[in-house]
Design a protein around this ligand. Structure first.
Ligand code: ATP
Ligand code: MG
Length: 325
């Protein structure tokens, strides 16, 4: 089954992700697929939370932190500015504290605490997570293509959905149990509503959002996750390991894309030994890939003569990938 057949035969898989180690072609394949789907009349949002702003590079336009930017008919690209999200997050927390406790001003100690907590990687993750949830629960597009950061990070992100879920389940349960007692106490004191109610409401809201997004990300009916590999020994080994881990997080793997395959036209020429050697080496690893991933390979993508940047180059690659097959 080719990448095109996967898209055409499973139109309900609207959340598309390309994962893999750094620099193998995740952004390139995300943009190429987005281009092709958009040219087939689908409304596509290609988005990323990568601070490296690779979508700006590939489309040769500054789209960082600007919301969904139209690239061509039916195609929008969005790069989330994670730092700004964190600042918004801090402001939101401050506002909630003010509302909840009726302060006019957040006390200095609490403000220091918020700033310190925001420097934690967990806070950054959580702000990013929230941004992704915001994007995917909107539901205005036919396809959401999530241009992932390199593998380790993506895995952490996915595992976090599960950890968060369990954690919030526990707290929610605890809160609900406590609330019964609080309610009795409050009624006795003739108080009406409790800050705890608001906290519980907040937790439930977060939990529902995380549930919704992790359900989407792990739902084989709606999500297609592709691994990008190249014909190299270490990459094949690492991909096998990663695929096993992803399976443990219930991520439905829709196949493998083999990128940077030296074009067969080269074979005919009278080649210098260096290139002949490289081709022979690729042949060997392509054999391993066929043995290992076999009928799960969705595409062999040729090594182009230059970087894939700008729409004309993306269009050429899309043609090679989706039309020539
Ligand atoms: N088939 C190809 N032919 C030629 N150049 C390619 C090909 N695939 C990718 N490249 C180039 O390789 C570089 C890395 O590709 P890309 O940015 O898509 O990788 P990535 O997996 O998204 O990287 P990162 O992990 O940093 O996000 C880019 O300069 C891209 O243009
Ligand atoms: Mg990338």
């Amino acid at each position: 089954m080719s990448l095109r057949t996967v898209f055409e035969s499973q139109p309900d898989r609207r959340y598309i992700m390309f994962g893999g180690k750094g620099g193998l072609g995740k952004t390139t394949l995300s943009a190429t697929s987005a281009f092709w789907l958009a040219s087939q009349g689908k409304r596509v949002l290609l988005f990323s939370v990568d601070p490296q702003a690779r979508l700006s590079d590939i489309f040769q336009r500054d789209i960082f932190g600007k919301g969904p930017v139209p690239i061509m008919e039916n195609l929008w690209a969005q790069e989330v500015d994670a730092d700004r999200r964190i600042k918004e997050y801090q402001d939101e927390i401050r506002k909630k504290i003010l509302d909840m406790y009726g302060f006019d001003r957040v006390p200095q100690e609490i403000d220091d605490y918020i700033s310190a907590a925001s420097a934690e990687p967990a806070m950054e993750e959580s702000a990013i997570f929230d941004a992704v949830v915001d994007i995917i629960v909107q539901g205005d597009y036919d396809y959401y293509i999530y241009d992932l950061v390199p593998l380790g990070h993506a895995l952490y992100y996915l595992s976090m959905a599960k950890v968060y879920d369990e954690w919030i389940n526990k707290i929610t349960k605890l809160r609900e149990d406590m609330r019964q007692y609080d309610q009795v106490a409050a009624t006795m004191r003739r108080e009406e509503s409790l800050p705890e109610d608001q906290i519980l409401g907040e937790l439930t809201y977060i939990k529902e959002r995380i549930n919704a997004s992790s359900r989407i990300l792990t739902d084989a009916a709606r999500t297609a996750f592709f691994f990008v590999v190249v014909p190299e020994e270490m990459i094949i080994l690492d991909t096998k390991k990663a695929a096993a881990l992803f399976a443990r997080f219930d991520v439905p793997i829709s196949g493998y894309i083999v990128n940077r395959v030296l074009p067969p036209e080269l074979q005919q020429a009278d080649l210098p030994p260096y290139l002949r050697n490289r081709i022979a080496m690729q042949e060997k690893y392509l054999g391993e890939i066929r043995g290992e991933f076999g009928d799960q390979v969705r595409a062999y993508v040729p090594e182009m003569e230059r970087d894939i940047t700008g729409l004309p180059m993306i269009e050429r690659l899309a043609h090679r990938l989706f039309v020539d097959g």
